[in-house]
Design a protein around this ligand. Sequence first.
Ligand code: ADP
Ligand code: MG
Length: 277
Amino acid sequence: MENMIEFKNVGFIYEKHEGEDTVAVENVSFSVAEGEFIGIIGHNGSGKSTLSKLINAILFPTTGDVMVAGINTKDHDRVWDIRQTAGMVFQNPDNQLVATMVEEEVAFGPENLGIPPEEIRRRVDEALSTVEMGEYINKKPHQLSGGQKQRIAIAGILAMKPKCIILDEPTAMLDPSGRKEVMDTIKRLNKEEKITILHITHYMDEVVDADRILVMDGGKIAMEGTPREILSQVEKLKDLRLDVPQITELAFNLKSLNIPLGSHILTVDEMVKELCQ
Ligand code: ADP
Ligand code: MG
């Protein structure tokens, strides 16, 4: 399978004119295969947003290379190919919606790509139906809930037919029902549309179903593995100032009371099964 994204020994420094430079990303190497769902976690300032901007050619590596679908992000002539291939969704839906109507909002990306109007129409309808927002086509974005706004932002990306979507804490400003709407949408895009997903989040429960998790700390990848491999390392996650899912924490605490439990409990169902044995 082709690598959708590849980081080769990537470093990134924010240069300050006065005072200290900030090393935000340091010697990071990883690759993401087409169709994968990658969860990226890490406490504030660990370099997650910088990493995502390096993929989208918003920032360029100080050292090393970032490849997106085989294109080096330093290849300035290909910036729009890269941004079309790997779309970004940000934390605050109000900062990324630019149009006064939902329809215009979703059409904005394909219009910039020079797609013919009839094709844009089709793409807008299709994208809105994929995020289950078809009936909101004539609404104004400010009339929508946070979760609905994020789904419109996702539809705007979908209308550009991306192979990959990077979401930088897209649920951070949403209430629980908005979070669920957005997570259901992202998971469906991965499963049904085969879109590669990089999902950056603070919420551990949002990465339990990921194919792989990367844990960032101090600009480096501190841990990498399946959710089971990562989330079972409760003490290490706590050292990295991360919360663990409640059920994992419960398993950890019960085991420290010498209650015999398997070591890889991630879900309530698995906990019930273990306890009943
Ligand atoms: P995260 O998204 O994990 O919170 P960031 O990538 O935003 O982490 O930040 C990584 C480091 O880079 C932090 O130390 C942060 O203060 C610094 N940083 C982020 N953006 C800038 C910027 N525009 N200028 C200078 N330093 C920055
Ligand atoms: Mg961030």
